[in-house]
Design a protein around this ligand. Sequence first.
Ligand code: 4YB
Length: 460
Amino acid sequence: TPVSFPTWPWQHWAAERPSEVALSFEDQQFSWAEVAAQVESYAQGLLEQGVKRDQLVTVVAPNSAQVVWLLLAILRVGARFAALNPRLSQAEIDSQLAQLQCDYVWYPAKCEFSLGQYRRVQLLPATQPRVVPVTWQPSRAATLTLTSGSTGQPKAVVHSAQTHLASAQGLLAWMSFEQGDSWLLSLPMFHISGMAIVWRWLYRGARLALCTPANFDHALTKVTHASLVPTQLQRVIASEGAASLKLKQVLLGGAAIPVRLTEQAASIGIGCWCGYGMTEMASTVTAKPADSSAGVGAVLPNRELMLRDGEVLVKGETLCLGYYRNKTIFPVSDEEWFATKDLASWHDEELHIIGRADNMFISGGENVQPEDIEKVLLAHPDVKQVFVLPIDDEEFGQRPVAIVEAKGQFSKSLQQALADYMQQEVTAFRRPVRYMALPTDLQAGGIKLSRKQLANWLAE
Ligand code: 4YB
């Protein structure tokens, strides 16, 4: 059954459950009636500044209540919302804004970028009480989310309210998120994992919780749901407040999820879901409650998935409208299916991700899948995060190098310990020839480290 709201989801909930808490931000709370009224006012405010139907407004900011108001108000006037990672460099921001050819930008009062050449829009309440003359049309282009892939310029993935809601519906058919539950906006809205949280909230009419970055750990103790990448969960488990968490469910994804991590979480009462997804499919495609297997579960409702020569192909109601270039939406693929470049296999009705086809390299005639080596290294108790990349080698063509973020000190003795450990665990051609510390400045980019950036760093 398709997802159908008779009107804007927040107006629907404002009619159904007006006084229920919808949104919380630190000590502030907004009911659904208040959310609907605020959005109406901000939408009118946007119209008064000249924002029109089908125009694109790009938000360059970390998560905040304002960014949520902007998303809803932008949708309400029939315009489109895009968000950029505020931790990008000025050059990257310039290039992404040029690519988007947006009509307006929004950025917070203290912003380090020079965005002077763009028309700036502000979040202002209405000065005249008029009704915004745009009706709910869920299949129209609504959001653009940039996704970097492993090479080249990021692509701007276009979704409609319909594809986002179809994604939310399918996930919530399996994972419970009910009225009264609250999902922390624990990942950035410029990434599909954060955007998807907002649409699950809108779909279910439950609660969305926002916090300042400094309050993140405390905010986690007050919510029932959160989405985390594995490294975040690792940090949370190790933190002091871990014992006081009342998280019912944590949805994990974005990268390989070590079984040991979800087992540790379970031992302190945190129930995890493992997910596999991508921007083009509006986040999660397969999922399962975490168990003793390293797979990513089965295909959620509203999506279809198949393997062709080991590669994951996907389609369905959650597939995006296309990529945005030159003010035009281009289909993501010439065929019905979208080819993900992820290699996977089925075991016991469960999908197992092997790694990305474009990460693979050849060493002395053998295929090396970096993710295979990373999995083994991640199982070592002193390793927090690790990336395996090829370096050129006269004899073998290429050989693996491990770039490690250690839980403690990255020392000579850790390097030796890892080499000894790998000696036991994997065949010779898979053993990294060198262990290097992950440079801290490369961790700042976003939620995912770019292998391309790492490769550039390695080349230097
Ligand atoms: C994986 C992978 C996995 C993705 N194993 N490789 O709401 C969610 O589903 C969510 C919750 C918590 C954290 C993240 C998410 C996401 O949406 C993640 C979606 C995402 O990462 N999209 S992406 O476009 O930035 O990258 C997609 C790629 O990431 C995939 O094509 C895979 O290569 C990789 N990936 N989940 C191994 N469980």
